[in-house]
Design a protein around this ligand. Structure first.
Ligand SMILES: C[S@@+](CC[C@H](N)C(=O)[O-])C[C@H]1O[C@@H](n2cnc3c(N)ncnc32)[C@H](O)[C@@H]1O
Length: 455
């Protein structure tokens, strides 16, 4: 069958929806068209640039009528930077969009299921919330550029400020850029394999301290003492400076080798009344304020008391595990990254918590083994990466039959896929709570409460 749309067609359409990547969605006789830089509610003139079997991609030629949800982005780099996708959308509408996205993914996977989805928990001030920033360092058009990748290419937007990052991150990129220019320190060139500096990573905490990780292509640091002295003079908030060596040619930012140039090998941060030490490689939620909102919901759904045994799968450095252990009889945490488990054990000690065992390994291997050895639980909390859970994790939950399952997810598509397995395995969805951990970005975090169905 021939498509009703061809490349170079000019169309006048209304943007009726946004997809999970923040692209506008229009339809012509049911055929879907995606376009960047438009907003739900815009009426636009588009030129079709690509046609696939089930959809087309178009570029905007003109906005004919502006959406009522459109606002002026607070960030001057928004239109070229790939960091945020929704800053041109009214914040209340962003929260609604995220709730609808989660609801439609679950409905698509489980059309028969009845569930209650709450309004997205948003932020009163949805800026300056990130506690971690990674900034590529390159030489572009003869200049040292430090910033973020552009929306449509591997080029860099040279940033002076990033309004979703902690202000210390702004200081770091500006001071470091000036130092590189003054000392003629060369960025790494990924084609010629010359130069040294690849990336800056800045982690900040809720007490205004920061860790700077300087990623180098080789185990070599020119002008080390001058650079450290100037950084500390200009940015007294730095509590540690780490050199990380990454000699691989991949998209992974950090290499395996860390060398402490100044201060401690970790950054401390606090969630509720718990203290955590975070190593450069460890996962820590990027929005500290919303993390507390997220964990409070997860703990409310888990409904833990001193008789409850809990599994915390994909536990990272033990943040949810330790908060749960303060109320529970016992907690088992499982995590695949070795450094995170070292941190988790250290964090348990730091907080004087003993009713917890951390296991290092893949949840899909360790969880079924522990269950076969007789370690069961009343509640399973799981917080997997974007790809969701492997089958053995879900199958073990279904066999173990904990009364409650709390699924924390950063990807509605894999969440919906995994919920289907749990619902078919005898669980019912009690409540779905989206939480906005990433204002102005397309990602959304969701906590789902599931109960074992009574027979
Ligand atoms: C979204 S994070 C959640 C961490 C933690 N719950 C928190 O809130 O900070 C997912 C974690 O799963 C870990 N991970 C990834 N794949 C895993 C697997 N197959 N088995 C166990 N852990 C895994 C990652 O290293 C990461 O720490």
């Amino acid at each position: 069958m021939q498509n009703i749309i061809s490349v170079k067609d000019i169309l006048e359409v209304e943007i009726i929806d946004m997809n999970h990547r923040g692209q506008g969605v229009a339809k012509v006789e049911g055929f879907v068209i995606f376009a960047d830089n438009v907003m739900i509610g815009d009426r636009v003139k588009l030129e079709v640039i690509e046609v696939k079997k089930n959809y087309a991609v178009a570029k905007v030629l003109e906005i004919l009528t502006t959406s009522p949800y459109k606002v002026k982005p607070e960030c001057p780099y928004f239109w070229e930077c790939g960091g945020c996708q929704l800053m041109h959308m009214d914040y209340d509408k962003q929260l609604e969009y995220k709730r609808d996205l989660v609801a439609s993914e679950i409905r698509r996977s489980l059309p028969q299921a009845e569930f209650h989805i709450k309004d997205t928990i948003g932020m009163a001030y949805p800026y300056r919330y990130r506690n971690k920033g990674s900034f590529p360092v390159v030489r572009e058009k003869g200049r040292v550029s430090i910033g973020a990748y552009k929306l449509t290419s591997h080029d860099i937007v040279d940033l002076e400020s990033c309004i979703i990052q902690h202000p210390i991150a702004d200081k770091v990129i500006n001071v470091f850029r000036d130092l590189m220019v003054a000392l003629r320190l060369e960025p790494y060139d990924e084609i010629k394999h010359t130069g040294l500096v690849k990336h800056l990573m800045v982690r900040t905490n809720t007490r205004n301290e920061a860790m700077l990780i300087i990623v180098m292509a080789k185990n070599k640091f020119l002008y080390k003492s001058e650079i450290i002295a100037k950084l500390l003079e200009e940015i007294p908030e730095l509590s540690s400076i780490i050199m990380n060596v990454n000699d691989r040619q991949t998209n992974v930012i950090l290499g395996n080798k860390n060398k402490i140039l100044y201060g401690t090998p970790f950054l401390k941060d606090w969630i509720f009344d718990l203290e955590f030490a975070i190593s450069p490689q460890s996962f820590f939620q990027v929005n500290s304020q919303q993390t507390e909102a997220l964990y409070l919901k997860a703990l409310e759904f888990a409904n833990i008391d001193e008789t409850t045994t809990v599994y915390d799968l994909f536990c990272g450095i033990g943040t949810i595990s330790l908060a749960a252990a303060k109320k529970a009889k016992h907690v088992f945490g499982i995590e695949s990254v070795k450094e995170a488990i070292v941190d988790a054990n250290d964090n348990a000690k730091r907080n004087g918590i003993q009713n917890i065992d951390f296991h290092c390994g893949k949840a899909e291997d360790v969880f079924p083994k522990l269950y076969q050895q007789g370690y069961t639980a009343d509640v399973v909390i799981l917080d997997p990466p974007r790809k969701g859970c492997e089958k053995p994790v879900l199958e073990t939950i279904i066999e173990m039959e904990p009364e409650r399952v709390v699924y924390v997810s950063c990807n509605p598509t894999t969440l919906a896929r995994d919920l289907k397995v749990l619902v078919y395995g005898g669980y019912e969805i009690k409540e779905v709570q989206p939480v906005d951990m990433f204002p102005h970005g397309v990602h959304v975090e969701t906590v789902v409460c599931l109960h074992k169905k009574s027979m």
